[in-house]
Design a protein around this ligand. Structure first.
Ligand code: ATP
Ligand code: MG
Length: 548
């Protein structure tokens, strides 16, 4: 029996609207500003918007909110499209707010003609000062009562480039005493002599978010325009423009943005991490970007599962990053084939195994799939993990120690006979003998061993660079710190030289479980030397500062 999932509040609204015939078909949109790469917070919005379109037989547009020419770039447009597709979604139409600049200009003219917009020559400081405060009413601008004709002429001249940046703005004429600050004659257009990545130098006036967003929704006949909670106070203005222009009545609905522990989630901060070299780029696997998560080994479905699990709320909260890790771990546990890799190698020599021979051991690719096996080469010289040997074993130590027996996974039982050390006291080599009757799958030795360790045949190994990632920050909410950059985890990346079974494929993105070591995937930096990124540990890890 599958558990019936209750509807979230937006689904409830949509079902009601469909039932009452308010809309026959729903239409949503995802409206990124192309000024950075998408992050996991955007994934939540993508899964929600596209998910609703799919669930209710509607459609979802991709609309680039490119009204700010200074910060936008084609590189970002391309990466955003790649990330949405990778997450598994296809938009109905691809639009740009800049496609609507002409229409928006005409809308502005309509409002001027209705006496609902005016050109203001005040400086931005003066405008801010006259805005008042939430508890005191604002003051009307001295330019507020210009005639319609004068406003039309001045607005046309603004467009023609007659004025410098900041000399004039176009404002909506609403109510300087409104308790809602956004309704106090908000700025609709500003002058900016800047090159736009799509419209070039055609425009030198650009619409503000509030005048572009709702109108773009309306032009596209978006039925449910979903955004994050900080836009709640903008909603009356959203509705006001649509009402005064008498255009398609799109409606805005707000949900809580995703906040996650041990990370930052604003493009501005992520950009600082990139530009100041704290990470190698937007797709550094420590970044909460979609491209970073992809490179780290996250799958689209694990991210969608995460977004479903966190749900859609009306109140801000903080999601534990371990939930994201849990989602990918659960999935990879089912799907990632097992291989053996030794991350911190020490040599193990089996003295009674013929040094000229080698053999192949059969081992499972997945637990509980005895038929699904591969052959792994075995010889008298193996790599094992340094941490699997203890010179002076603690109590209940079931792994290797002088005189102790263990099973080599899918191979023989061995007994540790001796070990060598260098001058500094580091173990350099361990010697053991094997028990031929103790071969895995055909064990007639009668010996009971409590520990099993993994290994790689040193005579037939692939060298690999393994990148072990940890949380990028040492504090739970870095954005709340005075300078979040001071809280970057200095151990967020540890690189190891490792040995992996020969034959482990090298296609970037291939996933593996390194037995006893965690989930890994092949990095695009792989060349002659394979490079693996640790996607996540086998079990939930400890957080910095937490007691082990
Ligand atoms: P940032 O603050 O990271 O720069 P933004 O809101 O400015 O983000 P946009 O490109 O404008 O980024 O966002 C596109 C869409 O993604 C918007 O609808 C926005 O509400 C949504 N979104 C952005 N961040 C989050 C988040 N953390 N959780 C949920 N939705 C988000
Ligand atoms: Mg934004």
């Amino acid at each position: 029996m599958t558990e019936e999932k209750s509807l979230n509040f937006i689904e409830e609204i949509i079902e009601e609207d469909l039932k009452n015939g308010v809309h026959k078909k729903i239409k949503t949109r995802f409206p990124p500003e192309p000024n950075g790469y998408l992050h996991i917070g955007h994934a939540k919005s993508i899964v929600l918007n596209f998910g609703l379109g799919l669930k209710y037989g509607g459609t979802t547009n991709l609309r680039f909110d490119d009204t700010n020419p200074v910060t936008e770039d084609v590189e970002y447009v391309d990466s955003i499209k790649e990330d949405i597709r990778w997450l598994g979604y296809q938009w109905a139409d691809e639009f740009y707010a800049s496609d609507y600049f002409e229409t928006l200009y005409e809308y502005a003219v309509t409002l001027i003609k209705k006496g609902l917009a005016y050109v203001d020559d005040s400086t931005s400081e003066k405008i801010a000062e006259e805005k008042g405060t939430p508890t005191t009413p604002g003051k009307e601008s001295e330019f507020r009562n210009r005639s319609v004709e004068e406003n039309l002429t001045l607005f046309a001249q603004m467009r023609e480039g007659k004025f410098k940046d900041g000399e004039k703005v176009l404002r909506a004429k609403i109510d300087m005493a409104s308790p809602n600050m956004h309704m106090r004659d908000p700025v609709m257009y500003r002058i900016k002599h800047a090159h736009h990545h799509r419209t070039g130098d055609k425009w030198c006036i650009y619409p503000m978010y509030d005048f572009a967003h709702g109108q773009s929704d309306s032009i596209e006949n978006i039925t449910h325009s979903i955004c994050t909670l900080e836009f709640v106070p903008h909603r009356p203005l959203y509705d006001w423009f649509i009402e005064q222009l008498d255009i398609f009545p799109s409606h805005q609905y707000e949900f809580a943005r995703l906040n996650m522990t041990y990370t930052v989630m604003s493009k501005r901060r992520l950009m600082q991490l990139v530009n100041q070299g704290y990470v190698s780029g937007w797709d550094d696997p420590r970044m909460p970007t979609i491209s970073g998560l992809r490179r780290k080994g996250y799958t689209p479905s694990s991210i969608r599962t995460f977004c479903d699990k966190i749900g859609v709320a009306k109140r801000e909260n903080m999601i534990d990053i371990s939930l994201l890790e849990f989602c990918v771990r659960e999935e990879l546990n089912q799907t990632a084939p097992r291989v053996m890799a030794v991350l911190d190698p020490v040599k193990l020599i089996i003295d009674n195994y013929d040094s000229d021979t080698s053999e192949y051991m059969e081992t499972e690719n997945y637990p509980n799939q005895p038929e699904n096996t591969r052959k792994v080469s075995f010889s008298n010289t193996l790599w094992i993990e340094r941490s699997d040997f203890m010179e002076e074993p603690v109590k209940k130590w079931f792994r290797l120690a002088p005189g102790a027996t263990v099973r080599l996974k899918s191979a023989y039982i061995i007994k540790c006979e001796s070990f060598d050390k260098d001058a500094a006291g580091n173990i350099t080599e361990i010697h053991a003998t094997y028990i031929p009757e103790g071969k895995s799958g055909n064990d007639t030795s009668g010996i009971k061993v409590k520990g099993t360790i993994h290994w790689v045949d040193a005579k037939n190994a692939q060298v690999a660079e393994v990148r072990l990632y940890d949380l990028l920050f040492t504090t739970e909410n870095p954005a709340a710190e005075e300078n979040f950059l001071e809280h970057v985890n200095p151990e967020s990346l540890i690189v190891k030289q490792a040995y992996v079974e020969k034959g482990t494929s090298a296609n970037p993105g291939d996933h593996y479980q390194f037995v006893r070591n965690g989930y890994f995937c092949v990095d695009k930096d792989s060349g002659d030397t394979l490079v693996f990124n640790r996607t996540t540990t086998l079990k939930e890890g400890f957080k910095p500062g937490q007691k082990k």
